[in-house]
Design a protein around this ligand. Structure first.
Ligand code: BEZ
Length: 241
């Protein structure tokens, strides 16, 4: 059977390494010009399908409760849905006044929530996935660095709430990779060993395998790690409060 999918009909989506698409928008915290207003800061730009829905409510309460933890790593939060500003304001007030989830209550969302009733921003970021829902954004996450470059993209479907510890881990890992010119292995957390860059930049493959590069241990020529204490990571990626 012929595949009739026309890839040209699929809107271009920003990719890792691309500049974050620029836009201006109204938010619950006033107008923003993105990413210009955030120059010099990292940002987690994330979309949710709809205000006044339960999974989104649990996500907003969790994210709002963790806002200071992200700020400690120089990272701001910006939310978006295709709802209007008055819906956003009413929903966030309801969350504060009425909703209890896990041990969270009286939660005030103080980061900006973008109004995108035209869906212009959601489309520019590839947040509308018609196979899932053509009138709502999926749960998209864009981690954007201090130069306005997209560094990580994560998508979840409508039914699945995100893991916000993982999003904080992503920010810490990216900032650590930048600060120390290393890569981070599966499930890495600050304090665990990191992957050193390819041979050449840190000893030759033979020197590394022979144990001649101080602090570097290789289990094979392509798999070399070194210790990176948590306090060194924190000193490099945490911002002064
Ligand atoms: C929710 O956040 O609960 C939700 C939103 C849209 C579709 C399904 C669930």
């Amino acid at each position: 059977m012929t595949d009739t999918t026309d890839v040209r009909a699929t809107p271009a989506m920003p990719r890792i390494g691309d500049p974050a698409p620029a836009f201006t928008a109204k938010t619950t915290q006033g107008d923003i010009s993105f990413p210009g207003d955030y120059a010099g800061r990292w940002v987690v730009l994330f979309s949710h399908p709809a205000d006044f829905t339960p999974v989104c409510t649990s996500e907003f309460m969790t994210f709002a409760t963790m806002e200071e933890q992200f700020a400690a790593y120089g990272t701001d939060l910006v939310g978006l849905s295709v709802d209007g500003l008055y819906s956003h304001i009413a929903w966030l007030r309801t969350i504060k006044d009425r909703i209890v989830y896990r041990d969270m209550e009286d939660v005030e969302v103080t980061f900006p929530l973008i109004e995108d009733i035209t869906m212009d921003v959601a489309r520019a970021y590839g947040m509308i996935m018609p196979g899932e829902d053509s009138t709502k954004a999926v749960r998209a996450v864009f981690v954007i660095d201090d130069k306005g470059v997209i560094r990580a993209i994560i998508y979840y479907p409508l039914s699945l709430g995100r893991n916000f510890d993982e999003l904080l881990r992503v920010v810490k890992a990216l900032r650590t990779a930048d600060a120390f010119d290393v890569a981070t292995p599966a499930d890495w957390r600050p304090g665990e060993r990191v992957i050193v860059p390819p041979a050449g930049s840190c000893g030759t493959a033979k020197e590394r395998m022979d144990g001649d590069v101080e602090g570097v241990e290789c289990v094979d020529w392509f798999f070399c790690t070194k210790d990176l204490p948590a306090d060194e990571v924190e000193a490099a990626i945490r911002v002064a409060s």
